[in-house]
Design a protein around this ligand. Sequence first.
Ligand code: AR6
Length: 172
Amino acid sequence: MTEFTVLVQDITTIKADIIVNAANELLLGGGGVDGAIHRAAGRELLAECKTLNGCLPGDAKVTKAYKLPAKYIIHTVGPRYYMMDERQAAEKLTGCYQKSIDLAVELKAKSIVFPAISCGVFMYPLNEAVKIAVTTIGRHPQIGQIDQVIFSVMDEQTAEVYRQELKNQKFS
Ligand code: AR6
């Protein structure tokens, strides 16, 4: 059984096989969680990211984790909620979680940490995004191969939204 956990903790300090980054198409760092991950991982991460030729919204790419206490980073690009219709945005966000779990399974990871992809400057409404995150991860056909899924958030209020959704969907 996969265990779902919510932690009010900076994602860069969490020890897990995989840390997921909420990046943009260029994969060259930025603000928010992306900036925090690049700062904590060190310059070598940027050098590897430069070889990846970017990433499309809804897709994901893998790098090493360098100075982070993780084995790999999965960089995924969430939708800019304010730039597309709701259905398109939901499809892209679903793709982020789907592809991240696909890659985690390929990498034989046992634990993975997600931030609230698109819920910062990309402005996805939190409640909707959390529903998509929990549904997509929880119903992934290979989720049973991963022992622990962690949601890393910055405040207690956001954590409560995840906890409630996990309860609603009977994952906790
Ligand atoms: N640990 C965990 N969560 C965090 C951290 C952290 N250290 N820092 C921020 N968050 P955002 P997006 C939360 O804006 O909306 C970047 O510039 C934050 O509170 O980081 O997908 C990229 O380069 C929010 O809930 O990502 C892209 O251009 C969530 O992480 C763009 O932002 C996501 O907020 C991506 O925008």
